[in-house]
Write a protein of this length. Structure first.
Length: 131
């Protein structure tokens, strides 16, 4: 097996970008039904879901471009932990059955990004090079 460790920083950037874009999609589905309405979300949105959508859109955008990445990823990770326990855990123990598997995955991916940083393809890396 070839040593792929040299690719790890670039793949971290790709993971960050893709996870953030998918996260933004959840917020856009809640807030403006783009690309379609999110199943199970009430209309009109309660204030808590408006706040969640705002975190998903703004936090997702910041993480996608890699700007204030660690802070944004930490906040988004926390939001997903809260979302899991508020909306999914009460529906049963198994995440695959209670609909919380995406929330858990986002939580831990963003927690990893908060610890590992954004990777080389990020605005944070550009700002760091100029400093």
């Amino acid at each position: 097996m070839p040593d792929l460790s040299a690719w790890a920083p670039r793949v971290l950037s790709l993971l960050r970008i893709m996870a953030a874009l998918l996260f933004m999609e959840h917020g856009l589905m809640k807030l403006i039904s783009f690309p379609g309405p999110q199943p199970g979300v009430p209309d009109p949105l309660p204030p808590l879901l408006i706040a969640a959508a705002a975190i998903e859109i703004v936090g997702g955008a910041l993480i996608a471009v890699g700007f204030f990445t660690r802070l944004a990823a930490f906040i988004c990770s926390g939001q997903m932990a809260v979302a899991y326990f508020m909306a999914h855990a009460s529906q049963g123990f198994w995440p695959g059955l209670n609909g919380g598997d995406a929330a858990i995955l986002f939580c831990f991916v963003f927690l990893y990004i908060a610890c590992a940083g954004p990777g080389p393809w990020s605005l944070d890396a550009v700002v760091r090079k100029k400093a």
